[in-house]
Design a protein around this ligand. Structure first.
Ligand code: FEO
Length: 400
């Protein structure tokens, strides 16, 4: 499908995908692996697709262009979802130069052991395409891998942004103005929260660097999901907001329960929070019943979280351990936290959750709440008090 003038989408829309990065990222709405072909006086292919679709992609590419006419292959980022087609393509055109960053070459060699005609590029290097157009490279390390770069097509004013500004979102419509805006917003936020949160500093720096170049941007073509052609910089503005310690007026309770006692605690604490602040959005997620990436998106939106677990085998439940590990790795900033849980005789869970929240960089407002066995009316009132007090402590910290 033509994107603009002599630029064509030659990627693969993956309607089937429900898990990405192994089991690390849920893709409720599928995804796409966006590959682009530029046909000016020179013909340049940008990125490939995930290997299960490599042969299908190559066949389609051959029906679009004579592979022998390709003058250059640009690999913006070499994670498997974009580089999987490269070995198959390069069997057909082994001498064609492959443009990538220094790390890009290292990663392609590491993944596929290919000795290709590598052209290592840095920011400002370019390919003259003819017809007065150039493809200019911009390195973007850690957005989100060390090998990542972007490129800008002069004349057409297209930024090829690779993973940045993308979404795991399958659609035949291809452009941002043609798809359901709610779905698009949800997938953009989930993508940022689950993939780019740890790199907020680099996101801000790189966006400001690109904005500082003063280049006109008519279109942003990411490597997943739809292309931004209507008000393309709207997603850039959102990224700047999200990278700036983003939070909403939301408190999220994440818990797991064995025999419902910790669930009752969660609901009573939530009631206490709502008593103390009728405006704050309170959401509860039983971690063993919830999609972890959706939960992470809610954590991203929250100003504070409360994590609860029953005690088992002198520790906490596996689903709680899993989300705490996700939270640690994502390096959230500027968020408050607390812990709670029911226990029978030893009750280590709350202390252990506290320790993990500290390690994850959350600011803990208290030492948490432990209740033995099933909370009776008096203990349920304790939970509500804990919720009310949690709001008071958050406000006190904010006013400090
Ligand atoms: Fe879409 Fe980092 O690969």
């Amino acid at each position: 499908m033509k994107i603009k003038n002599n630029v064509t989408f030659v990627g693969k829309i993956d309607w089937e995908l429900r898990k990405f990065h192994g089991d690390e990222y849920s893709t409720h709405r599928g995804s796409s692996y966006n590959s682009y072909l530029i046909e000016e006086e020179k013909t340049v292919l940008i990125d490939t697709v995930w290997s299960p679709y490599a042969m299908e992609w190559l066949k389609n590419l051959q029906s679009t262009v004579d592979l022998q006419k390709i003058d250059a292959v640009v690999m913006h980022h070499n994670e498997n979802d974009h580089s999987g087609g490269l070995p198959f393509l390069m069997e057909k055109i082994p001498d064609v130069p492959v443009y990538c960053t220094k790390n890009g070459e290292k990663f392609i060699r590491g993944l596929y052991h290919l000795d290709l005609n590598y052209k290592v590029v840095k920011t400002g290097d370019k390919i003259a395409l003819g017809n007065g157009k150039e493809l200019v490279f911009v390195e973007a390390p850690m957005l989100h891998w060390p090998d990542t770069m972007m490129s800008y097509l002069t004349g057409d004013n297209i930024l090829f942004s690779n993973d940045g500004f993308g979404q795991h979102y399958a659609s035949e419509f291809l452009f941002n103005d043609l798809v359901d805006q709610y779905e698009l917003d949800v997938e953009c936020l989930k993508y940022y929260a689950n993939i780019l949160t740890p790199f907020a500093g680099q996101v801000k720096k790189k966006i400001n660097e690109i904005l500082g170049m003063g280049l006109p941007v008519d279109m942003i073509c990411p490597s997943h999901g739809v292309i931004w052609r209507q008000n393309p910089t709207q997603i850039v503005e959102k990224y700047l907001q999200w990278a700036d310690h983003y939070q909403e007026n939301q408190i999220t309770l994440l818990y797991d329960t064995m025999w419902q006692s910790t669930r009752v605690m969660a609901e009573e604490i939530a009631a206490g929070i709502q008593d103390a602040d009728g405006e704050v959005v309170v959401k509860l997620y039983n971690l063993s019943q919830s999609d972890k990436n959706d939960v992470i998106t809610e954590v991203f939106k929250s100003k504070a979280i409360l994590v609860g677990s029953a005690t088992i085998n002198n520790g906490y439940l596996v689903s709680v351990a899993g989300i705490l590990e996700e939270i640690r790795g994502l390096k959230f900033k500027n968020k408050k936290a607390g812990a709670f849980g029911s226990y029978g005789w030893s009750g280590e869970a709350v202390k252990m959750i506290n320790s993990e929240l500290d390690k994850a960089g959350f600011s803990r407002v208290n030492d948490g709440l432990k209740i033995t066995w099933n909370p009776d009316n008096e203990q349920q009132e304790l939970c509500r008090q804990f919720g009310r007090e949690f709001v008071r402590l958050l406000d006190a910290e904010n006013n400090r």
